[in-house]
Design a protein around this ligand. Structure first.
Ligand SMILES: *Cc1c(COP(=O)(O)O)cnc(C)c1O
Ligand SMILES: [Zn+2]
Length: 499
């Protein structure tokens, strides 16, 4: 739809302007820094940073209901820069000129309602939001679109020529970083550090296909992260992990889209996310708080974080009800099918602590909860979801298992509706489905397949003596007919069909 076709009252707002005053704010010492330089941690105290718009209150001049109309009308705009996360430009990147925006098809992922069978299995209605339908097949594209658009802006405005983007990854961060880097101008290259043997073959193929330098490191993600942090401290590289606060901004779009998908009535929703490095839950909470602050939503939803018992530092932290007594302790992770969340020392923990406090002070203590689930529950839930029309990865299974656990624990009142994050596409994690179906899980996982959830291919051959096609060799018409008839009847008999 052309701008000139929008209602008069909306027209001035359809194409956003460059505005705002963005700064990094340290969560440790509260110091602030300009964003002209890429910073990942506070130069004074080493804590993590958040990006804040010092001019945020200007947005309050527009009433909440008007913002809703602006975002809804913007959904009809054909300008590529506004088709992805920057539909919400004012909320997550207002200092970016639209010509710096890199749009590869991210965002606006489908929200799919669970069928009656799944609803009854859980005891509450729910939806999956399929973030596996992003370009690199995980939600990480939201944050990368932001981080790389900003990098692109720096390159254009400061004339940078050689930029090396690096990240540590449990698989999906590297796939997304490599994809966005490959789209940028020559001179931008990417290198990804992966824990050897701890990413799936599909995830490994992604950065390779995008032309990134792929470096495997012995150990787990937490070890790779330390090396990348060392690189960012001592060498001129652009760090693309969620320590980079631009990643968080882009991932806030997930919350904005949920609000929009539910006509901005989110009070009954329980937005459920898996927690790994805790960037996603940070962004989700920050996003809803911003919407609330501008009156775009009038009540906050609830947030439910889910962790596996094999990687549960955030769950353990919140077990202590008294905030004064809570103490964060990193854990040593055990092998987890929710490999993308297999993180023992989440970088965004200080962000989580602050945002949970803020969120709870507005919406009550129950409004943010963290539950723990077993590896067995994760696998069973993922397979059950996908037998009912979904495309959930293991982390999506983790969400479903957590949502069901919270309902069973009595933590979710009647009337609440889950919105579960299927954070990646099922195909990226096909190897875990395969292990389940073939009963090949290593003992550390503790996963025992349930017969009713297993599925295997069956080879059907025609009876002895009936000719079979051989690749490359021809077959006479009569032999071929005999093959089709005999094999067709064998398939029919296997399926219990009668003529
Ligand atoms: C990165 C990732 C997670 C974990 O998200 P965090 O922001 O690290 O907490 C979960 N699921 C998938 C598929 C991921 O790629
Ligand atoms: Zn500081």
């Amino acid at each position: 739809m052309k701008c000139t076709d929008f209602p008069e009252s909306i027209r001035p707002y359809v194409v956003p302007e460059v505005a705002g005053r963005y700064i990094y704010r340290c969560l440790g010492c509260q110091a602030t820094f300009g964003v002209e330089e890429l910073l990942y941690t506070c130069p004074q105290c080493g804590s993590v940073l958040m990006i804040r718009d010092e001019d945020w209150d200007r947005l309050k001049a527009i009433p909440g209901p008007t913002w809703r109309r602006i975002f809804d009308y913007r959904a009809m705009v054909t300008e590529p820069a506004l088709k992805g996360i920057y539909r919400f430009h004012e909320l997550l990147g207002s200092i970016l000129p639209l010509d710096a925006v890199i749009y590869l098809g991210e965002g606006h992922t489908p929200v799919v309602q669970a069928n009656a069978k799944m609803r009854d299995w859980v005891g509450r209605p729910f939806f999956f939001k399929n973030d596996g339908q992003n370009p690199s097949a995980s939600f990480k594209d939201r944050g990368m679109a932001s981080a790389f658009s900003y990098l692109n802006h720096l390159i254009k405005s400061q004339g940078l020529t050689q930029v090396l983007a690096v990240c540590a990854s449990t698989g999906d961060t590297s796939a997304a970083a490599a994809l966005y880097a490959s789209y940028l101008v020559d001179g931008v290259t990417s290198a990804v550090l992966l824990p050897q043997g701890k990413v799936t073959p599909q995830q490994l193929s992604q950065p390779l296909g995008s032309g990134a330098r792929v470096i495997e490191i012995p150990g787990v993600f937490d070890d790779c992260m330390k090396i990348v942090e060392y690189l960012a401290e001592h060498y001129p590289v652009a760090l693309m992990n969620s320590k980079n606060a631009w990643r968080i901004l882009g991932q806030e779009s997930y919350s904005y889209e949920i609000a929009q998908a539910f006509d901005y009535e989110v009070a009954d929703l329980v937005v459920t996310v898996p927690i790994g490095n805790a960037g996603n839950i940070t962004a989700v909470m920050a996003g809803f708080l911003k919407l609330h602050d501008l009156g775009i939503i009038t009540q906050l939803p609830w947030i439910l974080g889910v962790q596996s018992h094999h990687a549960d530092p955030v769950y353990r932290y919140y077990l202590e009800p008294d905030p004064q007594k809570r103490e964060f302790r990193p854990v040593t992770v055990q092998p987890s099918v929710a490999q993308a969340a297999m993180i023992g020392n989440p970088v965004s923990m200080p962000r989580v602590v602050q945002l949970v406090e803020q969120f709870r002070s507005i919406a009550g203590d129950q409004a943010v909860q963290v539950v723990q689930v077993t590896e067995q529950e994760i696998m069973d839930a993922m397979l059950r979801a996908n037998r009912n029309g979904h495309i959930a990865c293991t982390q999506g299974g983790e969400c479903l298992a957590g949502w069901r656990r919270a309902v069973a624990d009595g933590a979710i009142p009647d009337g609440k509706v889950g919105v579960l994050d299927a954070t990646a596409h099922a195909l990226k994690f096909a190897i875990f489905q395969e292990k389940y179906f073939e009963d090949r899980f290593e003992p550390e996982f503790g996963v025992v397949p349930k017969e009713e959830l297993r599925n295997r291919p069956v080879l059907v051959r025609p009876p002895q003596g009936v000719p079979c096609p051989v690749p490359g060799a021809g077959m006479d018409a009569e032999s071929f007919r005999a093959f089709v008839t005999a094999t067709g009847d064998a398939v029919a008999s296997m399926l219990g069909l009668r003529k």
